[in-house]
Design a binder for this molecule. Sequence first.
Ligand SMILES: [Zn+2]
Ligand SMILES: [Zn+2]
Length: 354
Amino acid sequence: MSNTTVTYKCKNCDAPLHFNAEKQLFDCEFCLSEFTEEELNDSYSAEQAERIVRENEEFLREVNEYHCPTCGAEIITDKSTVSDYCYYCHNPVVMTDKVSGVMKPTKIIPFKFDKAAAKDRFFKFVKNKIFLPRDYFVDAQAEKISGVYYPFWVTDADADTDLTANGRVVRSWTSGNYRYTETKNYAVKRGGFIHFEDITTSAISTEDKKMLEGILPYPLDAYEDFSMPYLLGYMSKKRDLDRDKLCTEVRERMYGYTDSLLTDTARGYSCLDNKVVGMNIRHSKWEYALLPIWILTYNKKGRKGIKTYTYAMNGYTGKVYGELPVSIPKLLSLFFGIFIGLGALISVIWRFLL
Ligand SMILES: [Zn+2]
Ligand SMILES: [Zn+2]
């Protein structure tokens, strides 16, 4: 399926618009603007839209799409990079004959270190972790570490913000036999312009949020304009969340940040009543970006079936998220070791006391 439908974008913030049939207007979920069709046609450049569609079609011809029949993972590679197993469940993958629903990224952070360096860092990470099963840190397991680009939406936005509240300052003191309490009320007003930079949101709905939070952030100056050669030799996960699905989430994050920033400037009050925080998005820019992750999974058979443990490393900063398998026999031997050790200590003290 080639993406030839032209979607309207919001004139104020660049987010995609939805047609609201009841009002017969185009709504923006992100900045809450509304437009008539004429208003949009005035500003909409058909050439610009055609160029985006054309570039996307070119991109689709340069990539392969794979599907994992075992775990359902969908992987994109460039035409010259062959993928034969799934980086997640280690089972064989099948090439899909038609690439569909794939969009050309606009930004990328290239991998900063190669597979050998990633393996090295992994071995350093597990070196002193004594509960790990023996087959976890052998070379054959570490060899499965894969460089995968994960899709993200990266949002910059400008907003006018304000806060109004009733601020109270309560003071009490004792004088002679009397205790005095003084309450002063203030009308609190705060306001300001906030620029949000690189709000990073995962473009995959099923992805492990804990893993992603564990390896974020990426430095602002590491982004490059997307270009095909960066994909060479790496896999890329297929995105399944369009930005219109994330408008509300990103807006809420911006709102939460605005609230805490403005509330923070009114710390001198004992309490703030009837607080109202406003945020008016003026402009925004959304980039579709691929960010590098080294990922190593380990499948361990347990009583409830196979459990997958994920070790992930930020492909730029090296920051690690690790869910580590525990070897029960090793854990038990350590436990008894401590117990015997304590026993020896107790008997020494005992004898000493006698
Ligand atoms: Zn908008
Ligand atoms: Zn799989």
